[in-house]
Design a protein around this ligand. Structure first.
Ligand code: SAM
Length: 261
């Protein structure tokens, strides 16, 4: 297929082969979905097609080294599946919940999960605010969702106490972290820092703001719902499609299409 040939001939091919290993065919299929129906339906910008590997798949895949092998992961604002789908392809031992409010993107995500036969992924339609205290990931990832001073609370609301937040940020990471320090302080976060992962082209490296979600929050919206029954991602025992469920969540509709947006 043309996209796969292009990838094989591109300077990023070796990096992709090294990163994805046996999962490369699945990653190539995902790249083809992004650059094909993803662009057609407007869930991916047309300008992204030419840089889908460095700027998207390799950039997101670089974050895998920060994710424990069997973690429950929530990808906040997954969009077209970045970084959530990439991490699920790379790390079959994780359980991934792709949290996204917009119907068109949710439909695309569900199609990706089906076509790629990702049994470790659940698509959850909704906003982080709705799912605070109901989704409890060991790790909460995000990329290009909100300024850090807002994102830290949204992310922490989706993590279990002691869980880890991984926010992929751009060149303004340092400035964003400085601006977010007051809110991080109020949340009782003591270890927020910037980590750079990945090594090939500049676009393929990822700048990640990371911190541990405290066990006892002192204030902030992130603590909303902490006393609710634990609503975590757990295996549902389904044989295909969605092996990760959202327990105790009345709004959770795995693979549901709620129309609109
Ligand atoms: C710019 S897109 C980035 C998508 C993807 N993470 C990426 O890097 O390509 C931001 C996404 O975050 C979603 N989003 C924005 N605010 C959100 C919220 N409060 N809760 C959940 N998702 C949100 C949007 O619907 C959108 O799909």
């Amino acid at each position: 297929m043309a996209g796969e040939r292009d990838q094989a001939e591109s300077p990023s091919a070796a990096a992709a082969a090294e990163m994805f290993g046996d999962a490369l065919p699945r990653a190539e299929k995902y790249a083809a979905l992004l650059t094909g129906v993803g662009v057609e339906r407007g869930v991916v910008g047309p300008a992204e097609a030419d840089r889908i590997w460095d700027r998207h798949l390799l950039n997101c895949g670089a974050v895998a080294r920060l994710v424990p092998a069997r973690a429950l992961v929530v990808d906040l604002g997954s969009g077209a599946g970045l970084p959530g789908v990439v991490l699920a392809i790379l790390m079959p031992g994780i359980k991934m919940a792709l949290l996204e409010p917009l119907a068109r993107r949710v439909d695309f995500l569900e199609e990706c999960v089906a076509v790629l036969e990702l049994t470790n992924v659940q698509v959850v339609r909704g906003r982080a605010e709705e799912y605070a205290g109901r989704l409890m990931g060991d790790v909460v990832t995000s990329r290009a969702v909100a300024p850090l001073d807002k994102l830290v609370e949204l992310s922490a609301g989706l993590a279990r106490p002691g869980g880890r937040v991984l926010a992929i940020k751009g060149s303004a990471a340092e400035a964003e972290l400085t601006r977010a320090r007051p809110v991080l302080g109020r949340m009782g976060v003591g270890d927020a820092r910037i980590v750079r992962v990945g090594r090939v082209a500049e676009d393929a490296a990822a700048t990640v703001v990371t911190f541990t979600v405290p066990d006892h929050r002192t204030s902030g919206t992130a603590s909303t719902g902490r006393s609710a029954a634990r609503a975590d991602i757990r295996p549902t025992g389904r044989s295909s499609g969605q092996a990760a469920g959202v327990a105790g969540s009345r709004k959770s509709r795995p693979n549901s299409r709620r129309g609109g947006g």
